[in-house]
Design a protein. Structure first.
Length: 145
């Protein structure tokens, strides 16, 4: 079995954010990082070359494969910010509440376990923080330390 490609690195998060382009994405990344730090109480770590992760957990898939992955995080990509919010997608109990939050969030799109936002100006930051906080709580409940 091959080793996972996305693993924690020794790169400093601040050094990574300092090189994010364009400047508007960098400013968004600083604001997003502040929200994640406030909500999670965690110091972030770089996962692979471009994901900023907060906390981690271990899981075993139905296939028997195990994985070590970030509990939550984001990546300030050029096109859109990618938010890794697995809790809201693996917990049926929160699905209805998540749908209501997303309806109030503003301009966004969704992937399997990602939320995509072009610019922070496109969304209600308080709603985004609520989504991140609820996701963090779900992941802590599903995958306790």
């Amino acid at each position: 079995m091959s080793a996972p490609k996305t693993v924690p690195t020794d790169v400093r998060v601040s050094a990574y954010i300092d090189q994010v382009e364009p400047a508007a994405k960098r400013e968004d990344a600083l604001a997003i990082d502040a929200v994640f730090r406030r909500v999670t109480g965690e110091e972030p770590a770089m996962w692979g070359p471009s994901i900023i992760g907060y906390g981690s957990y271990d899981t075993t898939y139905a296939s028997g494969r195990t994985a070590h992955w970030l509990r939550t995080g984001f990546s300030p990509r050029k096109a859109k910010h990618s938010f890794y919010l697995m809790g809201g997608y693996c917990d049926d109990l929160s699905a209805e509440r998540r749908a209501a939050q997303l309806a109030k969030l503003g301009k966004h799109s969704l992937g399997k376990s990602c939320l995509y936002i072009n610019r922070l100006d496109d969304v209600d930051l308080a709603v985004l923080e609520d989504i991140i906080a609820e996701d963090w709580a779900i992941m802590k409940r599903l995958y306790p330390d």
